[in-house]
Design a protein around this ligand. Sequence first.
Ligand SMILES: NC(=O)c1ccc[n+]([C@@H]2O[C@H](COP(=O)([O-])OP(=O)(O)OC[C@H]3O[C@@H](n4cnc5c(N)ncnc54)[C@H](OP(=O)(O)O)[C@@H]3O)[C@@H](O)[C@H]2O)c1
Length: 328
Amino acid sequence: MEIAIIGASGYAGGELIRLLLLHSDAEVVCATSRKLAGKPIEHAHPHLKGFVSLSFENPSIDAIDADVAFLAVPHTTGMAYARPLLERGMKVVDLSADYRLPKEIFERIYAVPHSDYFEAPYGIPELHRKKIRGMDFVSNPGCFPTGAILAAAPLATQAHTVIFDSKTGVSGAGDNPSEVTHYPNVGDNVNPYKWTNHRHLAEMRMELERLGSGAACYFTPHLVPVNRGILTTAHILLREPTSQQEVEERYRSYYRDEPFVRLQNPVLAAVRGSNFCDIRVEADGRRVVAVSAIDNLGKGASGQAIQNMNLMCGYQETDGLLSPGLLP
Ligand SMILES: NC(=O)c1ccc[n+]([C@@H]2O[C@H](COP(=O)([O-])OP(=O)(O)OC[C@H]3O[C@@H](n4cnc5c(N)ncnc54)[C@H](OP(=O)(O)O)[C@@H]3O)[C@@H](O)[C@H]2O)c1
C-alpha cells in the first residue's frame, strides 16, 4: 500500500514515517514539505536515515499518487487537500482540526470560514470503530481530547461535571519555535495556558455529548518540560456515589477488548513512542479521579492515525502499532 504524507517534515509527519516502517504492508512514496523540497528525509528526521530513501517534494495535488494520504498539516490547510485527494481515489486521514467539529462550531472556534465542509467520522476507534471501518475519510482527533475522553468515557453518563487538567510536552506545539516554547521559558517550569478556552474543549464537549452525557465539561492545559506526552487528570463528579470496586469493574469491562488501552498506573514515559493509553481510576464517593497518559505524537496523533488507516483499509487494527514505550 502506497502512502503519501502531506506535511512530512513536521513532528506528526516524521512520526508517521517512523511508525509506518513497522507496518506489514505500507510504503511511504511521497513526503511533502515546501521549505525542504528536494532535501532528503533525514534533513528533518535524522533518526530515519538509512530507513527511507526519499526526498521531500512540494505538495502538488495533481502529482500525488498513493493509496492513502495523511494530512499532517496545520488547521485550515487540511481542507485544501481533503476533497481533491479523495477525488483522486485516495483514502485520507486528516490530522488537522478541519473536520473534527460541526461546521459552525469549527468556524467560531478557529475564527475562519470553512471552505469545503463535509461530515467525517471522528477517529477515536475505541468509541467510533463501526463508523471508521471501511471509510474513505477520517478526521483524526486532537491530542488532548483523545487522552481526556478515554479517561472519562466509561463514566460519561453518570457524571454531572467533568474537569480535565492536562500536562503536555512541548512537541504538541509542532516544530515551529516560539516564545512560549523557548527553552528558558519551558525548562524547569510549568505554565498553564488558555486556562478556560482552549480550542480542544469543543471536541471534549462534543464527544461527551455523543456518549449520552449531559455533564458540564471544563479543561485547563499546562505546558511541562518534556518532549512527548500528555498526562490528563479527569475529575469526574457523579450524581450518585460509587465505590473503588464498582468503578474499576466499569473501566475493566468498558475497555476489555481494547488493544491500546491499558488499565495501570499512568506513567508518561511508559507510553512514549507508543500507541498506548494508560489509565488508572480512584473513587472518592461522588468524585472519581481518572488519570490517563498518552504520547501526543502516538495515540494523540500519528499512532491513532495509523490505527484509523488500518480500520479504513481492512488491516489488523494493531498492524505496525504494537511496539512498547521507551522507558526511561
Ligand atoms: N504535534 C502534535 O502533538 C499533534 C497532535 C495531534 C494533532 N496534531 C496536528 O497535526 C498537524 C501537524 O502537526 P505538527 O505538530 O506535525 O506540525 P508541524 O511540526 O508544524 O508540521 C507542519 C507540517 O505541515 C507543513 N505545512 C505547513 N503549512 C502548509 C501548507 N500550507 N501546505 C502544505 N504543507 C504545509 C509543514 O511543512 P512546510 O511548511 O515545509 O510545507 C510541516 O511539514 C496539525 O494540524 C496539528 O494540530 C499535532
